[in-house]
Design a protein around this ligand. Structure first.
Ligand SMILES: Nc1nc2c(ncn2[C@@H]2O[C@H](COP(=O)(O)OP(=O)(O)OP(=O)(O)O)[C@@H](O)[C@H]2O)c(=O)[nH]1
Ligand SMILES: [Mg+2]
Length: 445
């Protein structure tokens, strides 16, 4: 399957169902009470991390996701059904950004981590809810709110404990295959690996995840070869295995190989060169003079100063020692849960999405001469109040008065007849409405 590690998607919560205005109608009961039910909540869109995926390729075909709408309320106090929530599965290591602002929203690391990406709209209340001892026959209901709509950028940075780096053809994929259950493509030509492979080393107590990425070449940081775009997938590892083909037995060639890879990693992120690293001298089966190879490798290692291991992925020589080393390292350096999260914890993040912040009213004058009122609560109310019902018009007017919108509009230069937009509602400005003449109501939303 194609490997995809970056893309944009748009998500929308479902619309809340409308509340219903209705009165009980029964034989011998001419003036039944209000019995309009509430609209159902719109469904949410959630993103959830799963260990079964290793790429965002599933999103290639479809980029727009809408949760289900809530059902409308009806008479007889029947509430509408909640809209269907949809859960989009993403690989572990998916980072979610707001595509418009670039703000980081969540980092889904562990299987099961989830993020509330778009909340469904609230259902409108039916007239039954508004009945009180003073108002026995409310002749209004609310409309459902639209769901949240967001454009998100998903970026995958795989989660692995160990990362394999090295020149093309060094034997990285062969090492991965030798130590784990993975079976990546292996071939005698460079750039066999075109996208990251993950392998898992299982013991009775633990499982260690190893990532194999395409080979790095000189100039990778200047976009040569394939390697650089994939270095991000070893960013979140705790140990690097630098795999080198030592079949030449030549100290200069081997030292140059080391230098090239380290310098490319450094140009991507200098921190990668301070990451714990074990040098894996691979293909030792190809050297006949083992003694002189050992001398060469000891010399190179005295220069690099890094721990090393001589192995053959092909014959299996020293592969058990490599496995032991890797497992010991993982055991001694466990990944603290949550350490790679870039943002507030997932729970908090989804919490913030639900907070309705209070904001000051802002008036924006539009190029065509009209005005737009910006205020989340009023925008929602404009949507919720069914303004074809007189009582709702009165409620909405009272909400405007509560927030002193009239004065603000006048201050901004609005005059009688100016067009005013709040959310999706547009009306003419009439600064002389006598609010006190409107029917009394304490429900101002
Ligand atoms: N003789 C010998 N050949 C090996 C050994 N390990 C790997 N090879 C061979 O080296 C070639 C490259 O191996 P890969 O595992 O594909 O190398 P890679 O580093 O993943 O290469 P890219 O994916 O292109 O970066 C293949 O032909 C392997 O069979 C080894 O220990 N001994
Ligand atoms: Mg490979």
């Amino acid at each position: 399957m194609k490997f995809v590690d970056e893309l944009n998607i748009s998500v929308s919560g479902g619309k809340g169902g409308n509340g219903c205005m209705s009165f009980r109608r029964e034989k011998f009961l001419p003036n039944g009470g209000p019995d309009g039910g509430n609209g159902g909540r719109g469904g949410d869109v959630l993103l959830a991390a799963t260990a079964n995926l290793q790429t965002l390729a599933d999103f290639e075909g479809r980029r727009r996701f809408l949760a289900g709408n809530g059902g409308h309320g009806s008479g007889n106090a029947r509430n509408g059904k909640s809209g269907e929530t949809i859960v989009l599965n993403v690989p572990c290591g998916t980072i979610i950004y707001d595509a418009e602002t670039g703000e980081g929203l969540a980092d889904l690391v562990e299987p099961g981590d989830s993020y509330l990406a778009a909340m469904g709209g609230r259902g409108g209340r039916g007239n039954r809810v508004f009945a009180s001892s003073l108002r026995r026959a409310p002749r209004f209901s609310e409309k459902g709110e639209t769901g949240e709509e967001r454009l998100l950028r998903l970026e995958l940075k795989l989660i692995a404990d160990i990362g394999l780096v090295g020149l093309p053809n060094a034997g990285k994929s062969s090492i991965l295959a030798a130590v784990s259950g993975a079976s990546p493509k292996i071939a005698e030509y460079p750039f066999t690996t075109l996208s990251p492979n993950l392998g898992v080393l299982m013991t009775d107590e633990e499982s260690v995840v190893m990532a194999d990425i395409p080979g790095l070449i000189e100039g990778a940081s200047g976009d040569k070869g394939l390697g650089l775009a994939f270095l991000r997938h070893i960013e979140r590892t705790r140990l690097l295995l630098h795999v080198m083909d030592v079949s030449s037995g030549d100290a200069d060639i081997i030292a140059e190989d080391f230098r090239v890879v380290r310098s490319e990693m450094c140009q991507y992120d200098p921190e990668l060169n301070t990451r714990p690293c074990v040098v894996i001298y691979n293909k030792i089966d190809m050297c006949e003079d083992r003694k002189s190879l050992e001398d060469v490798l000891s010399h190179v290692s005295s220069v690099t100063g890094l721990e090393f291991l001589m192995v053959s992925a092909l014959s299996g020589e020293n592969i058990q020692s490599l496995i032991k080393k890797v497992i010991l390292f993982a055991r001694e350096h466990p990944r603290p849960r949550g350490d790679v999260r870039l943002f507030a914890s997932v729970e908090e993040t989804s919490g913030t999405a639900m907070v309705r912040r209070r904001r000051r009213v802002e008036i924006v004058s539009l190029p065509g001469g009209g005005f737009r009122v910006l205020h989340p609560q009023m925008e929602k109310a404009a949507e919720r109040y069914d303004l074809s019902q007189d009582e709702n018009v009165a409620r909405f007017a009272r909400l405007l008065r509560k927030h002193r919108v009239e004065e603000l509009l006048a201050a901004a230069g609005a005059t009688a007849g100016s067009s005013v937009t709040i959310g999706r509602v547009e009306f003419d400005f009439h600064p002389d409405i006598d609010f006190d003449a409107l029917p009394s109501d304490d429900e101002t939303g």
